[in-house]
Design a protein around this ligand. Sequence first.
Ligand SMILES: [Zn+2]
Length: 378
Amino acid sequence: MILKGRNRVGEPIEIEAEGDGALNLERVILPAFYDMHSHLENAYSLNLTGYNNSSSLHEAVERWAKVRDSLTLEELKLRIERSALIELFYGTTHIRVHADTCSKGLKSVKAAILAKEELSPYIDVQVVAFPEQGIFNCSKESFLEGSKISDLIGGKPEVESAEEHIKFITEIAEKLGKNLDVHVDQGDGSTKFSEMLLDLAKTHVALSHLTALHFYPEEYARLLVHKIKEKGSSVISSPLTAFYLNGGNSYPMPRGITRINYLLSAGVNVSLGHDDVINPFYPSGSGDMLHVLWMAMNIERNFDLSWVNLITENAEKEFGVKNVDYVVLEAKSVVEGLSTLLPRWGVIRKGKIVAKNSMEPKVLDLNPMEILRTMLNE
Ligand SMILES: [Zn+2]
């Protein structure tokens, strides 16, 4: 079957799906989305952990750590799978999952690897060995074991001796021949660990969060971004969680996400992650990467539609798996899609329609989307 629609810039596009005939969708067809940074083992866990009263990363980690080890491997796997399938409904077919190597018996990592296998008909999952509370604070041996069975090596240097931590993860990555994706400089500019990480990494490195770049003085920011570019490293931003966790509790309240405009202008590959959903790290969210993109556009005050690449082409480069999947928006233009954020018309995975929404919005006998389209085009 041929599905006909419009691409990001409004040109006609045709894609193939199983079945006969042709269907003129009259909607936007985009490459399927990537979620480049997620913690699915604790997605939708706010009812278990309780609310994060201080809106701080520290309290979020403490709350989750108390619950984490009481869940079985099967329960963690189910949580990962269900959360991933909700993302699929919104058009995401590639997810990078950070799995906690501090979990008892490496349950989180093992659950993510089992889920990866079961989700493969629908979603490509990459698993990152992620030491939420540290490598040496938890167990060096567990981190090593988790790294061997994961796709990428993660890190979080701020939680212990940063120098030792960075040396350890870069050496393991080199030894195992795996890329790095590290939670680094996720704060108000008081840490500068990215530089050391870039200097020591022998394999490709993605810098997750890097919110500190928002706060660094101009001269240091310029030097660091130059180094990121020279090294061919990527930056992955998670605007929903960063917006919530940063800024402290007094005014002025800077809502730090990394400098996306600045990095893109310097030629750095930037992509986005959902990170958290309805958990102590971020108490809202939907699993919709279009919503994440919308948030990034708002914070960075840039509504250039080429930013769709942050959840498609740019992410594809970092993920390293060719995207053959598509998402059909319930919209005739990207502007309309970003305005309404309506559930997607459908998702096509390797030529098969794997997700479909049948909602038809109505106000009495009127279709509010038709009214919106008229207004957007008159
Ligand atoms: Zn994270």
